[in-house]
Design a protein around this ligand. Sequence first.
Ligand SMILES: [Fe+2]
Length: 351
Amino acid sequence: MIRISDIIKMGPQDEPHEEGKDKKETSLLDRAVKRDVSAGIKQLYNEGIDLLKDIFDKIRQTRQFSFSQVEEYVANSIDFKLITNYVGQVVDRVVLGNGEMFDYFYRYRQQDYLYEHSLNVCLLAVKIGMWMDMNKSDLVNIALGGLLHDLGLINVEDIISLPRKLKHKETVKVREHAVLSARMLEKVKDITGDVIDAIRGHHKRLADKDFTKGLSNEKLQRMAQIIGLADVYEAITHPRSYRGPKLPHEAIKELVETESNNFQVKIIKSLIDNIGIYPIGSWVRLTNGEIGIVASINKGYPLRPRVNIIFDASGNKLIDPKSIDMLSEPHLHIESPVDISKNKQLIDKLK
Ligand SMILES: [Fe+2]
């Protein structure tokens, strides 16, 4: 079992900061590339939401269809070439970027959560696959699986929007969505059997007796588990109809406590190693009173990320946000995470 303490112990905490690293990071070219990637991610995120709205809307129209009609309809009315092209761009941007996707991942807007959830799972699954050194074609498959893993939830939208915790019977019904999502895609020529199998298996857990049924080889198991883990982390960090979101550091703790035996150690460790104790996109208060957003993780130093400072110690929004690499600031520490959603004053200043 992995414990938070194991992760904190990881890495040579007291080694001096690499000479010249800051200089390299702040070069004009570097900044221009980062700006470009950042703008690209924003556009890509919005395009993804529109694409998913369209897909889910089309599937909503099939509620009265027989299942074979649904399969035909999905295969003929949804442009999967466009979707495959889209996920190819997602992979390129996520791989090129420096965690900019997390700026969008942790946001929750008032739109139907299914679109944001599907896109977030897609983005995080690609990121986990990338951290695990998967090749581009596997990452594209993971992205496709992440984007389309919850199509079957359309059949239980009334249950998942209930403003309370689900009863056992309802949970069993909702669980069927993984198989439904896969069945809906079975006649689609542009999606491989591996992607469909991974979607079908994204709620399977290592502890399940039939874990390998339908997930016959290691590659498939890894794909399904990466999508499944991204699904769980996304769900914990976002609000649902009956509960609020957990902060990233609380989500990591919950994940370690409740899911360590459900996922392959290397997958769960890869997420925790790279997301850090203070994940990218989360808000933190430093010991000097300044408040900012974690911009990147210094691997091996989970308590010393790079932070973009947005508010000064008096709570005033900085006109020019500054970036602090906490590896270069040994006297400065993170005092606490900040739940920005509960701080109306700061939220108003961000508008
Ligand atoms: Fe799911």
